[in-house]
Design a protein around this ligand. Sequence first.
Ligand code: HEC
Length: 146
Amino acid sequence: MTICWWALPVTILLALAGCGDDDHARRLASAGPNPSLDALMRVADPGNGRRVFGQCLACHTIGQGQLDRAGPNLHAIMGKPVAGGSDRFGYTVALSRVGGRWDRATMDRWLADPQRFAPGTRMSFAGLADPLDRADVIWYLEAEGK
Ligand code: HEC
């Protein structure tokens, strides 16, 4: 039997999340109250990012040179221009006109709510509501570009 010896609020969170799951609640608590994206990135876990990325695999590949699916291949997407990840993919005007490059802040906003980030985008995905899940996925995307 596992004993949760973290501080009381963390214990409650762990109980809600399922004790020992991916230590999500402990990591979230250690990022401090109302954590910034920087604070979340410090406790991010690419292993969990890979797991959360399972939701993206229906539409995206991430390996180098892999084909686009309903969405573009995402290998080494961090640092690339928005709507510039795949030469072969037909991006919407909605996403193309956003401009700029994929950094942590823009990726965080996109993954939180794609339709809000680029109204009219064809990425029909509700978004990742959990900020730590987003940080985990961002780290995973960074790791997949090395
Ligand atoms: C239902 C299919 C679908 C799912 C699920 C999905 N996407 Fe997408 N994604 C798309 C499509 C389609 C586009 C292109 C959008 C456009 O052109 O408006 C896209 C675009 C993107 C881009 C922009 C790439 C570039 O070249 O600029 C990123 C980054 C991205 N998705 C990440 C993700 C991540 C991470 C997840 C999972 C958390 C995810 N997507 C889930 C379909 C999907």
